[in-house]
Design a protein around this ligand. Structure first.
Ligand SMILES: Cc1cc2nc3c(=O)[nH]c(=O)nc-3n(C[C@H](O)[C@H](O)[C@H](O)COP(=O)(O)OP(=O)(O)OC[C@H]3O[C@@H](n4cnc5c(N)ncnc54)[C@H](O)[C@@H]3O)c2cc1C
Length: 398
């Protein structure tokens, strides 16, 4: 039954310029077509393909960047390069920091997560500057000046892959250079990549052990100086030549939108924000515990379906049912991991050396995957045909 209070076309504001916002934009175009008029609001000019940044310190090309203006024009959407500051939920108006006011019939909040440095004495991973941060360390590893390296995953709410990938790739480079290196990964996970279930996690444990990488499960740790890590609660001390940490993740403050104490947005199974009408949220900024591009996309799809139904499209919105898919770069052949996820656990998990999804990219997304694949194959990001975004080969840098 159509909602008679909905103005057509439905004015949709998509706040954010990352994976979740662009996936939602593509899904809405497909599901609702002319029933929606959408505006993308984001301060960044490019959609960054963040997972591929882990290869940058090892001499590979920079992670792909796609102009948002071209994506918006392709989809017939408006683009405003500004920052969303607050939402007046009663009047249904989004205010930007720059003073623009946008009325909405539906709003999707997809601002990602804010990152914070956890340890003053560790190198903290920032995907916007990964090559600068880690190139010096790589040289020190290859030249034998760093022999004991520790990677820290500082909390449960973290991107799961980069610490493992960087540890594996560092170890490969050390082997190639004939340098001695032992590495440890400290994580609050009980088992390595435990979200993929026990069987996959055992295989990952074996892989890490073969590559001289020790996995240490600890509720937390401190880094009192650049060469020492203290595990909590055991107070066991580890010596290290260098410590590398992921940042901690928090939500962005957005006045008017409900949030948890860490600033994440609480959502229901259709990705509607709890306690407010016509506001949806997707991606790293929500209170869902897994921060992952594929999950962000699935949330964006669920939100887009709910918004399309609100706009009058003949669709019964499906709830968000998480399936985690990930490509783990190892410095050799990549591994393809997948699992259904519910109640904090992975099940029906698989680990293969070939992708079980298509295109076989790092971020597995229903609309964004094929869309970026098409752009890459036809024009290339920088003007020539190239390897698809996130296509995972671990070949040496060319
Ligand atoms: C090094 C690294 C490796 C990773 N590896 C993988 C992997 O292998 N596989 C995988 O699936 N995922 C991986 N991830 C995680 C994945 O990149 C994120 O989960 C995904 O980008 C989340 O999408 P998002 O849209 O929620 O947030 P983001 O991609 O962070 O996008 C948020 C957007 O919101 C914009 N924004 C922020 N504030 C405002 C504001 N006030 N107003 C308007 N816009 C705003 C930002 O500019 C940005 O465009 C990795 C992440 C990192 C950092």
């Amino acid at each position: 039954m159509p909602d008679l209070h909905v103005v057509r076309p439905l004015q949709v504001v998509l706040a954010g310029g990352g994976v979740a916002a662009v996936e939602a934009a593509l899904a809405l175009r497909d599901l609702a077509g002319e029933l929606v008029e959408a505006t993308l609001v984001a301060p960044n000019e490019y959609l960054a393909y963040r997972p591929m940044s882990v290869r940058e310190p090892f001499g590979y090309a920079s992670a792909q960047h796609y102009p948002l203006s071209e994506i918006a024009s392709d989809l017939g959407m408006h683009l405003i390069c500004e920052k969303v500051a607050r939402v007046n939920t009663r009047a249904r108006i989004v205010h930007t920091q720059e003073g623009t006011e946008l009325e909405y019939g539906a709003l999707l909040v997809a601002l990602g997560a804010a990152t914070r440095l956890r340890y003053e004495h560790a190198l903290t991973i920032d995907d916007a500057h990964l090559a600068q941060t880690l190139q010096g360390l790589l040289t020190d590893v290859e030249q034998g000046r760093v022999r004991r390296l520790v990677f820290v995953i500082p909390g449960r709410l973290a991107w799961p892959f980069p610490a493992y990938e960087l540890a594996l790739m560092m170890q490969t480079r050390a082997e190639k250079a004939g340098a001695e290196l032992s590495t440890a990964i400290i994580s609050p996970e009980k088992r390595p990549l435990g979200l993929f279930g026990l069987e996959v996690s055992r295989k990952i444990s074996r892989l890490l052990a073969e590559r001289q990488i020790e996995f240490i499960s600890a509720a937390g740790c401190e880094v009192p100086d650049p060469k020492r890590v203290v595990l909590m609660p055991s107070h066991r001390q580890l010596e290290a030549d260098r410590v590398v940490s992921l940042p901690t993740l928090h939500g962005h403050a957005l006045t008017g939108v409900p949030k948890t104490p860490r600033g994440f947005i609480p959502i229901d199974p259709h990705c509607q924000v709890r306690g407010v009408e016509r506001i949806y949220a997707a991606g790293d900024g929500t209170d869902f515990e897994l921060k992952h591009g594929g999950i962000a996309s699935q949330q964006a799809d669920a939100a887009a379906e709910a918004i399309a139904a609100l706009a009058g499209a003949p669709i019964r919105p499906a709830p968000f049912r998480p399936v985690v898919r990930g490509v783990l770069l190892t410095g050799r052949k990549p591994l393809f991991l997948s699992a259904c996820y519910s109640g904090g656990h992975g099940f029906s998990a698989k680990m293969t050396d070939r992708a079980t999804w298509s295109p076989p990219t790092k971020i597995s997304a229903k609309y964004l995957g094929p869309y970026l694949d098409r752009i890459d194959r036809i024009v290339g990001v920088h003007g020539g045909p190239r390897q698809p975004a996130g296509a995972a080969t671990d070949e040496p840098a060319g």
